[in-house]
Design a protein around this ligand. Structure first.
Ligand SMILES: Nc1ncnc2c1ncn2[C@@H]1O[C@H](COP(=O)(O)OP(=O)(O)O)[C@@H](O)[C@H]1O
Ligand SMILES: [Mg+2]
Length: 272
């Protein structure tokens, strides 16, 4: 289930996923990133609440319902500020505004696009100390690696999957830094254990969590992706592999399940 599935013609996937996972879980099936995780995936409000509750530094954010209050609410934010779709992913609706006048005319223009749930976030703009954000990957609730995502190009569409690398035939500029690289020296960072506790508390088993280091020394967490993608450049550079960790994690769950089934078959054959 991807939060941006509606952009690929799957408007009802969110509700299909909710119904399917509720049904599976009520029948006792073990689900990875289960029913409650869908609600987190498709709502940045839910992510913000979970992060704030766990004590993380989060961007100051307002969630605005519909379009009519947007301009007024934005007055509570100094420019520059950011807007986002509540149900986002791949940078949907993420835009920076440098003045309220610019925002007002955007809201009134045909370019304005609403989130599929009608909720738009207005958020303080976080100025990065260096031009990158960090995406920390977890499988089975445990840290895998951290990815350095270059933002010097100014784009907010930072999907790491190879299918998102559009215009594959265009030659990259000679000086270009690869947009995704392994972030060295992160393996003992204190944020890792805090993220692992957050994932345990919210029942999330596979995730990529994004944070930004600001010019004023804050480390601000702003995105929890429970449907993550692994970048081929990062995978090539890392000793551990995201997909391999997922295969191991799911394999271990299957082994557990098979062992439990075997025990119950034996009990039926040779009751105590
Ligand atoms: N408050 C912010 N200030 C500055 N840049 C931001 C802010 N929020 C997000 N961004 C940038 O926009 C990108 C996309 O935003 P994000 O919240 O991760 O949405 P999505 O779920 O669509 O990936 C981020 O990776 C980051 O580079
Ligand atoms: Mg993101």
């Amino acid at each position: 289930m991807s939060a941006s599935s509606h952009t690929r013609g799957h408007e009802h996937s969110k509700d299909y996923a909710r119904a399917l996972l509720s049904w599976l879980e009520s029948s006792g099936t073990r689900v990875v990133n289960g029913r409650s995780v869908i609600d987190l995936e498709v709502s940045k409000v839910e992510q913000h609440r979970a992060l704030a509750k766990a004590g993380f530094d989060v961007p100051r954010t307002a969630a605005v319902f519909g379009r009519s209050d947007l301009k007024q609410k934005a007055r509570e934010f100094e420019a520059p500020f950011i807007t986002k779709h509540n149900q986002g992913g791949k940078g949907l609706g993420v835009r920076r505004f440098d003045s309220h006048a610019e925002f007002d005319s955007h809201v009134d223009s045909p370019l304005f696009e609403e989130s599929p749930d009608g909720i738009t976030l207005i958020q303080e703009y976080l100025a990065a100390a260096e031009p990158f954000v960090t995406r920390v990957e977890f499988v089975g609730g445990r840290y895998v690696y951290a990815v350095r995502v270059d933002i010097s190009g100014g784009s907010f569409e930072l999907c790491p999957a190879d299918v998102c690398a559009v215009d594959l035939d265009a030659a990259p500029p000679a000086t270009a830094t690869p947009p995704f690289s392994l972030r060295p020296g992160f393996d003992n960072d204190p944020l890792i254990a805090r993220y692992e506790r957050l994932l345990a508390a919210t029942g999330v088993e596979i995730a990529g969590i994004e944070f930004i280091e600001t010019t004023d020394g804050r480390r601000v967490t702003y995105d929890i992706n429970t449907n993550t993608n692994y970048n081929p450049d990062v995978e090539a550079a890392s000793a551990v592999s995201g997909p391999r960790e997922i295969a191991r994690f799911l394999g271990a769950l299957l082994d557990e399940q098979n062992a439990a089934e075997l025990r119950s078959t034996r009990l039926q054959a040779y009751p105590a």
